[in-house]
Design a protein around this ligand. Sequence first.
Ligand code: NAP
Length: 234
Amino acid sequence: MGRMTTMLITGANKGLGRETARRLIAAGHDVWMAARDPRRGREAADALGGRFVALDVTDDASVAAARRTVEETSGGLDVLVNNAGITGDRVSVAETTAAHVDAVFATNVLGPVRVLHAFAPLLTRSDTGVVVNVSSGMGSMAITSDPERLESGIVALGYPASKAALNMLTTQYAKAYPDLRVNCVDPGYTATDLNDNTGTQTVEEGTEVIVRMAQVGPDGPTGRFFDARGEVPW
Ligand code: NAP
């Protein structure tokens, strides 16, 4: 902390991504606010004093172009926050088709893989390379089977499976890149467009763990799962 680092947040035009950007900019970091919609992305970056870059996590060319822009402008990248995510259509399990699940995986699973594949060469050049994958309690086997937890009452296919897959990607990337700190986080149920603002936490509360894990030092944890209270069971 304290040292100025270059960070990139996907899906930073609104919700948790935007609030994460606001707080990391306030902490003195150089923050790329990536968004797929240039108008809304630029507007958000201008409002917060971030740098805008167009980035659609489902599009190879878009991600490659974003990587070139970041490399040419900032010379590198220290921290990547894979935040962009979707719930997919809200349909019952019986109505859920492979196409429904495919659409969610395209963003929530293949998105982080595409972005990490493009940016890992920059991150590994940093002395303090960090990746934060924004997962969910819905991706935890332990939480979704704990009757005490709200998440155990939500039954769906695409979103929970996508976040469970993201958790596994996190531990595998952590092993593959021992010099990076690669962790996943559960922001908790937070009022954003993702849930039509029914979440019970504010974005400030929801971003607590994202902001903390984006700033872990080289001696910090890797390959682990955290929420605002501490470690989360798989
Ligand atoms: P949100 O307000 O709907 O924001 C989602 C962001 O992802 C938007 O900026 C959206 O851009 C972006 N996005 C979606 N598809 C994209 C793509 N193909 N390429 C680039 N960006 C894309 O939702 P949020 O609640 O802040 O969600 C952020 C993350 O937190 C997600 O990964 C979500 O699963 C996770 N999470 C949220 C909660 C919660 O309660 N809110 C709980 C646990 C985990 P557009 O504006 O262009 O659509």
